[in-house]
Design a protein around this ligand. Sequence first.
Ligand code: NAD
Length: 362
Amino acid sequence: MSEVNEVKKIAVIAGDGIGPEVVAEAEKVLKRTEELFGHKFETEHALFGGIAIDERGTPLPDDTLAICKASDAVLLGAVGGPKWDNNSKELRPETGLLGIRKALGLFSNIRPAVIFDCLKEASTLKPEVLEGTDLIVVRELTGGIYFGEKFRRETENGQEAVDTCVYNVSEIERIARQAFEIALTRSKKLTSVDKANVLETSRLWRETVIRISADYPDVELDHVLVDNCAMQLLRRPSSFDVIVTENMFGDILSDEAAMLTGSIGMLSSASLGEGSFGLYEPVHGSAPDIAGQGISNPIATILSVALMFRLTFGYHEAAASIERAVKNVLDAGHRTGDIAVDKSSAIGTTAMGDLIVAAMSK
Ligand code: NAD
């Protein structure tokens, strides 16, 4: 996909709260990747979120957007915090998040859920059920019921509310292709989740996914109804590899899948647009309750870099090196406070980042 020595531009948005702490550790990983693998990254920092409101009077300044658009990928920490909670809508960090996704044309959200053996006890599920779980939920992000027409009307039975769910073929095609492409880089197994027994949008979804599957003969495709998928995720999560689904189903299933792993500090994510461009960020927020204490877990952000390597740059070896390093550090017993059983032995953000960097190898 990419030449090893091609310089890759990464917009780095630290954001608010623990954002700057965890992003700093991810940047160390970028630097170590350059040393180990010869890849070259050019990073440019940009203001976004609460800090941008304070310094520029808007959560998403034009130059931040310009930096992102001129980059191959964006690495984002987290935004938000109580300081801005009572601001008007346009002066809220979350408004910036919606704005940046729209402006960058990001139409899918990718959430891996991987079980680290040594953290199985952190999950609410039995360890034997979790064994071998390593899945990705690919969620359509810009269509469906969240974006359809919504209104209320008076009827003879009182007030009625309507939410419409709309999907067109091209919206389904582009997310399906993305999911097939991701499946090709993994175990070539794709599960499309819908509710085709009752919803017309789901019937179009299924028809379209089946048509696109003709271009991916090496990928084994199956279809699961959303209610069944919700059950199977709890019963035998390891049977899934890549799951692709529409916006609302994906919203719910990706949170369910995330909770299999037990800790929010471990979860990476990507939002992808056309081509290979993507925005990578931890699933967690700015954690204002622990910000500035140096105790946040940087692993979600570090694993977001690994995801960036895989999905945007095609640097699979470097990605594997990061993932292996995280596993080795955890296997050796090192824990930040959020994943430590014995809190007194917990290490800080920088120490965790340094250990992961030191554990990276070719
Ligand atoms: P949160 O994810 O920030 O925190 C939830 C809990 O998890 C907290 O107790 C926190 O300390 C802990 N936690 C989160 N990440 C951690 C980490 N890396 N290491 C250790 N512990 C961690 O969710 P919240 O408290 O609901 O939201 C706080 C702020 O973040 C709000 O302003 C919210 O709007 C914002 N937010 C931003 C994003 C984003 O930037 N994409 C996502 C979610 C929430």
